[in-house]
Design a protein around this ligand. Structure first.
Ligand SMILES: [Ca+2]
Ligand SMILES: [Ca+2]
Length: 217
């Protein structure tokens, strides 16, 4: 076989190896891959029947997908009533690793009398360094089947921990789920090619030069 052809093959293989590094696919984060807890920043108030019947705060992240429909009942929703205006519920999310958030999903209650009116988010990376904040005034939930409102975000990146403070203008905080679609963060800056690949590429280039010269001779 022609030496130039062989060396071109080696070169192509090396280039393919370098360019095969691609970002991870977006995933919906729920109770199968993240955790949620009630934060100590929660105001004095009542959880009403949120925890009755053995239910836990995991009800916040139990939607199977971002497009899931949820119906309002004692086993699906969270209902917190703050003692004072301005008081609210604090939730702490732990993603287990850093993600770049693409979309925020929120399944709100269906009427103004109990729905969530404002959410203040604070985002932190794996070192617990703050990487962003966001204020959201969510829409009312659809009825009777409650679908998520999707809020597309260009950032934040490299998020592992999220704090969300949810309030209602009338002290009521009632909703079904809070979710995120995100991609596992890639190391930044872009990773350096492995030494083996660099050597292979150099070898391919050298081979092409030698091969080209021998054809000229
Ligand atoms: Ca739920
Ligand atoms: Ca309201």
């Amino acid at each position: 076989m022609n030496k130039l052809l062989i060396n071109s093959g080696v070169l192509c293989a090396a280039i393919l190896g370098l360019t095969s590094y691609v970002g991870a696919a977006p995933v919906y984060l729920n109770n199968t891959n993240i955790s949620v807890a009630v934060g100590s920043g929660t105001s004095p108030g009542s959880f009403n029947n949120t925890f009755s019947g053995g239910n836990t705060i995991e009800k916040v992240i139990d939607a199977p997908s971002a497009t899931a429909t949820e119906f309002h009942n004692q086993n699906t929703h969270i209902w917190f009533t703050a003692d004072n205006i301005g008081g609210g519920l604090e939730l702490l999310f732990d993603f287990g690793q850093e993600y770049d958030i693409n979309t925020l999903h929120f399944w709100n209650y269906t009427s103004e009398s109990y729905d969530v009116d404002n959410i203040n988010f604070t985002f932190f990376n794996s070192s617990n360094t703050q990487v962003g904040t966001l204020g959201v005034q969510p829409a009312l939930g659809s009825s009777p089947g409650i679908l998520a409102q999707d809020i597309v975000l260009a950032a934040p990146l490299n998020v592992q921990f999220v704090t969300a403070f949810l309030t209602g203008d009338n002290r009521q905080v009632d909703f079904q789920n809070l979710g995120f679609t995100a991609e596992v963060s890639t190391p930044r800056p872009n990773p350096v090619p492995e030494p083996g690949l660099v050597s292979l590429l150099a070898l391919g280039l050298l081979g092409m030069l030698v091969g080209g010269r021998s054809r000229l001779l």
